[in-house]
Design a protein around this ligand. Structure first.
Ligand SMILES: [Ca+2]
Length: 144
């Protein structure tokens, strides 16, 4: 978080979100055909993803419907580094995304591991956390 914005990295095309039917089968013990986010509490990565989908794309009721998941996963499939404006009232939808940079970000294949945390920005560097490594990216300024 910097100032009035949250910076987040999302998997792009090829990283992919699994189909709703497979996900709902994993997190729907009451078999109502929806993901009750509380049912994912034992899986913090999924719980965080579902919570973000429900808050930013859905209606924030703690339940992820097939329609919310479809819109959110489609939006997230665009991937890249995004600046999301904080604040506002009600459902901001994708209008809260100030910009998205989809070129030149490392992908799962580039890093060899899944990215598991939002990157951190500090002193002109981007830090990206994967399963076993913390990567640091910066512009080489040795010639300037
Ligand atoms: Ca919802």
């Amino acid at each position: 978080m910097v100032g009035d914005s949250l910076y987040t990295v999302e998997p792009g095309e090829g990283g992919g979100w699994p189909a709703f039917d497979g996900v709902v089968a994993q997190f729907d013990p009451d078999e109502d055909g929806r993901i009750t986010i509380a049912h994912a509490s034992d899986d913090p990565i999924w719980a965080r993803s579902f919570t973000g989908m429900d808050r930013h794309i859905g209606n924030g009721d703690g339940i992820l419907t097939r329609e919310e998941y479809a819109i959110a996963s489609n939006e997230m499939m665009r991937g890249g580094l995004a600046r999301v404006r904080l604040g506002g009232e009600g459902d901001q939808g994708s209008s809260a995304i100030a910009w998205r940079h989809t070129k030149g970000m490392p992908s799962l294949h580039d890093l060899g591991e899944q990215i598991i945390a939002t990157p951190a920005l500090a002193d002109g560097r981007v830090y990206v956390r994967t399963e076993a490594t913390l990567h640091c990216f910066a512009v080489d300024r040795t010639d300037s």
